[in-house]
Design a protein around this ligand. Sequence first.
Ligand code: F6R
Length: 367
Amino acid sequence: DLGEYRHFMLKEIFEQPQSVVGTLENRLGSDHVLPALVGAADALERLAQVDEIQIIACGTSYHAGLVGRYWIEANTDIPCNVEVASEYRYRRQPPRKNMLLVTISQSGETADTLAALEKIKESQGCLATLTICNVAESSLTRESDMSLMTMAGPEIGVASTKAFTTQLVALQLLMVLLMQAKGGDKAKIAQIVADLRKLPALIEQALDLHPKIEALAEHFIEKNHALFLGRGEMYPIAMEGALKLKEISYIHAEAYPAGELKHGPLALVDSEMPIVTVAPNTALLEKLKSNLEEVRSRGGELYVFADRDAHIIAADNLHVLEMPHVPELLAPIVYTIPLQLLSYHVAVLKGTDVDKPRNLAKSVTVE
Ligand code: F6R
């Protein structure tokens, strides 16, 4: 049922505060996360032994995994790798004893992700397998030792929206659980838990930008290409923004870590190339601002989603949309919202089939 919404994608974008509430519900204690959330009585004992993590996923779920790596490596001493399942499954991996294999999937049925999991179980093995998944009775939950369910509810639009943001929430819960298992800093854990409780309200504030983003979408409909920039954990968010734009509006979009600009893509920049940037007030902000200047001085048209304290001032060729002030760990989740809305409105203006983009299926059960 679409209710007041024109498309499922828009409905699902606006459902995100509720799907985040659902994913946090009954999982947070006063100053910690509840180990039962991964569905194993001995979760903390198992996770205490982990000395390496491998994340496997496809598409949007892969982007969630990339953010997860930044978070896990910033807050624990556990090295974390992330790879798309279709690559991982066809190459040799050296044996690793105490590895936790984490799959991420909305459907729990993606053929490559499932095959990568099976391959690991049959060949070298690993300490344990855990899936972050949105469907309780799926192949991935059946085949994994532990399951951390996202509570996004059914997602109808082919382009993943609420599934992605709840995957990010699940990755933060897993990160905190790993911190607890490894005896991490209690005050830091309590702070992350307190911040997570603020997330639904922050997403609501980002959704309030809706009319402004709708107006912005006009600028993109005649363009053939777009560039998305981010740094640090915002780089995978730029990748996700670019994927959303290409899959539903059919505009070619690419994401780059902003520091890579001068190693090639700067050659593409002219007045026909819109450049979308996500700029929360994080440690890398000053570096990002100098990357923006590189683009602007070459005539590029910039669209920046920025924290008010980032002090990025609108000017010719520089459009600034002010975002709510967010704790650093929540920035990737909150900044995803305007990028979803942007791709949605560009697609609507172009008249594409938003909920069922050409050539794509919701669940990819064949290789
Ligand atoms: C993009 C999108 C796809 C899926 C990918 C993995 O919006 O939805 O890229 O993320 O096909 O699907 P799941 O998460 O079901 O394994």
